[in-house]
Design a protein around this ligand. Structure first.
Ligand code: NAD
Ligand code: LMR
Length: 373
C-alpha cells in the first residue's frame, strides 16, 4: 500500500516537473523491449545445444576441426554447440592450450567446452562423435599398418559410446584404418543401431573431384555422381564410370580411358602418401574439411540426382559386397537422416574387379582384428 502510494505520488510529481525524464524512460523501455524480441527471435535462449565429442583434440586435424565446429560451419549459424574433447593423459596439457585458443576465439555459438581423458566423460550425452584420435602413419607405411596401434582404441570407445552417448548418437570415424576402426567401434556398441556408424571416405571423394575438374578444365562444383567404393586405402575405387561433368558423362568430356584407369585412379589412391612425403605429416586441414562435408551430407537432404561417399555397414547392400564390413558406397540422404545406398547403378566388369579388390582387403583387415570384434 505504502509503496503504491509512494509511486503514485512520485508519478504525479514527475508528470508535473520531469517530462523530459519520462520521455527518456519511455525510450529506454522501448529499446529494452525491442532487444528482448530480437534475442527471442534469434533463439539464443531456446535452442538446445548439440553435443559433439571429438577425440584426438590436441592433434593436427582437431586443430582445424574444433574451431570450424565452434563457429557454426557444421550445424549452422543459429545452433549452439558444446564440444566434448577426448585426449590421452600425455596430451592433456597440449589440449588445454587448444581450449585456451577456443576460448580466445570468442565464438558465440560455442556454449561450453568439456575436456577429459576418459571416454565416458567425453561421450556423455553426445549427439555426434567424431573419432579422430589415434596414430597417423608416417612415410613408407600403409594405413593398415596402424591397425595394431589404433584398433584397440575403438574397443574402449565403442563401449563408452554404447554406455554414455545420447539416444540419437551418430559416429564418424576418421582415425586410420578408418573402415576397420569403425567396425571395431560398432561391434563394441551393440545398443547403437549399426546405421549410425560411418567411416570417412569423403576426403577421397573430394580429391577425386578435384583431379577430374583439373583435367577437364571445369570447377569442382561441376562434378557430380562421383563416389568412392570400398576401403579408405590404396585399393579404394573412385568410380569415374558414373561421374558427370556439367551433367555429361565424365568419359565423354575426358576422352582418355587410359588416364582415368591409371593416372586418375592412382593419384587419388596414393594422395595421402603423397601429402605425407611432401609435408612430413599427414593431411590435416583437408581431412577436417572432409569431416565437416561428411556430416553436412549426413544431416541434410542430398541434391536431387547426386550422391556422396561414406563407408557404412555393408550388411544387405544391393551390390553383392560381403556382409560384416564397413565399405564405402554412393549414398543419398532423402529426409535429413534416412541415409541409403544408391541402388541400381550399372557395374562394369572393370568396376566389379576394383570393388572386389577393396572388399578382399577389408576382409583381410577384419581377420587381423577378429579378437576386437
Ligand atoms: P595427430 O597425431 O596430429 O593427432 C592425433 C591425436 O590423437 C594426438 O593428439 C593423440 O594424442 C590423440 N590420441 C591418440 N590416442 C588417443 C585415444 N585413445 N583417445 C583420444 N585421443 C588419442 O594425428 P592427425 O593428423 O590428427 O590424424 C589423426 C588420425 O586421422 C590418424 O589416424 C590419421 O591417419 C587419420 N586420418 C584419416 C583421414 C581419412 O580420410 N579418413 C585423413 C587424415 C588423417
Ligand atoms: C589421408 O588420406 O590423407 C589420410 O588417410 C592420411 C594417410 O595416412 O594417408
Amino acid at each position: 500500500m505504502y509503496i503504491m502510494r509512494k509511486h503514485a505520488n512520485a508519478a504525479a510529481h514527475a508528470s508535473r516537473s520531469h517530462a523530459p525524464y519520462l520521455v527518456f524512460r519511455d525510450i529506454c523501455s522501448t529499446i529494452a523491449a525491442l532487444c528482448r524480441i530480437v534475442l527471442v527471435e534469434r533463439n539464443d535462449f531456446m535452442t538446445a545445444p548439440i553435443r559433439i565429442a571429438v577425440t584426438g583434440g590436441a592433434g593436427q586435424i582437431a586443430y582445424s576441426l574444433l574451431f570450424r565446429i565452434g563457429n557454426g560451419e557444421l550445424f549452422g549459424a543459429d545452433q549452439p554447440v558444446i564440444l566434448q574433447i577426448l585426449e590421452i593423459p600425455p596430451a592433456m596439457e597440449a589440449l588445454s592450450g587448444v581450449v585456451m585458443e577456443l576460448q580466445d576465439s570468442a565464438q558465440p555459438l560455442l556454449q561450453n567446452i568439456i575436456i577429459s581423458d576418459d571416454p565416458r566423460v567425453a561421450f556423455q550425452d553426445a549427439n555426434w562423435a567424431i573419432l579422430v584420435g589415434g596414430m597417423p602413419r608416417g612415410p613408407g607405411m600403409a594405413r593398415s599398418d596402424l591397425i595394431a596401434a589404433n584398433g584397440p582404441i575403438f574397443v574402449a570407445q565403442g563401449k563408452a559410446l554404447n554406455q554414455c552417448a545420447a539416444d540419437d548418437i551418430r559416429v564418424l570415424v576418421v582415425a586410420n584404418p578408418c573402415n576397420s576402426n569403425c567396425l571395431v567401434a560398432k561391434a563394441n556398441a551393440p545398443d547403437i543401431p549399426p546405421e549410425r556408424f560411418f567411416a570417412m571416405t569423403r576426403l577421397d571423394e573430394n580429391r577425386a573431384k578435384s583431379q577430374l575438374a583439373q583435367k577437364a578444365g571445369a570447377l569442382v562444383g561441376d562434378i557430380s555422381r562421383l563416389a568412392i567404393w570400398g576401403n579408405h586405402s590404396s585399393t579404394q575405387f573412385p568410380n569415374f564410370e558414373h561421374a558427370l561433368i556439367n551433367r555429361a558423362p565424365a568419359e565423354t568430356i575426358i576422352d582418355d580411358r587410359a588416364w582415368l584407369e591409371n593416372v586418375f585412379l592412382s593419384t587419388v589412391q596414393e594422395r595421402g602418401a603423397a601429402i605425407i612425403r611432401a609435408r612430413g605429416l599427414s593431411s590435416a586441414a583437408s581431412a577436417a574439411n572432409a569431416a565437416l562435408d561428411s556430416i553436412r551430407s549426413l544431416i541434410s537432404p542430398s541434391q536431387p540426382g547426386d550422391w556422396f561417399s561414406a563407408a557404412i555397414a555393408s550388411d544387405g547392400n544391393p551390390y553383392g559386397i560381403a556382409d560384416g564390413l564397413i565399405y564405402s558406397f554412393p549414398l543419398q540422404n532423402g529426409d535429413n537422416s534416412n541415409v541409403e545406398i544408391v541402388e541400381d547403378l550399372p557395374i562394369s566388369d572393370y568396376a566389379r574387379r576394383k570393388m572386389r579388390a577393396s572388399e578382399t582387403e577389408l576382409m583381410q583387415e577384419r581377420e587381423a582384428i577378429r579378437d576386437l570384434l
